[in-house]
Write a protein that binds this ligand. Sequence first.
Ligand SMILES: [Zn+2]
Ligand SMILES: [Zn+2]
Length: 274
Amino acid sequence: MKIDCHNHSLFSPDSSRTPEEGAEKAREDGIKYLAFTEHMDLGFPNDARPEGEFVFNYMITGEYFERVRRINAAFPDFEVCAGVEVGYTPEDVGEICDKLGALPFGYIVNSVHICHGLDCYWKKFWDGYSREKAYREYLDCVRESLDAPYRYDAVGHLGYIGRPSPFERKTLLYSDFPEELDDILRTVIAKGKILEANSSVGGCAAEGTLCLPDISIFARYYELGGRKVNFGSDSHRSERTGYNYPSVAAALKDLGFTHWTIVRGGKEYKEVID
Ligand SMILES: [Zn+2]
Ligand SMILES: [Zn+2]
């Protein structure tokens, strides 16, 4: 089954396409399961943002669920899930718990966008940081996010820091931090979470990187016994929905993965990778 488990629409501050438009594009591409994962970045440092950067508001309302319900009613052979992408910030876990409990999210991705109080897309983030120091700190944040007290189903875009990295070698490889990555992967497995393969790789694309985390990290995950994977394009525009699905699916199958793990109404289901 062709799937795409990470997409944004106008219920996220950095996307303006409608959920209906995203669903139409996915159906045209033969995708059978599409999850919208709108942003919930409650600790986003809007005060520190550079001039001209959009304000990262939380924009999810009851209307989001109603529009997804209507898409599902209109297309019985196609499924859309109303999910959320939580941006982990330790100071905000109480409010995250409250907001997650207030609405019926079908699927929850836990992501790290902010480290040392800044977004790594901002130049200021990298001031005074070596590659080693910045990447290590990012991995510390990811490791901490795995122990978040709220419900989440999947770990989003592990290796995100590589997308805007100013360093010559951007992609986070398994060989860069084997100890730290082993700890993260073993924890993902022990907690029964899904490791997302995110095909939005930013600057890592020039290095031939197919997804985040890099395939070298998926290889180790498989070796350690990890089997729960899914695919997400992280699309904010319709032309990016399903981006690079065939290559990512083929690379994961080569490693031995046979099934996607998708989530409906908070419950996991397996679908053959094809
Ligand atoms: Zn994200
Ligand atoms: Zn996203």
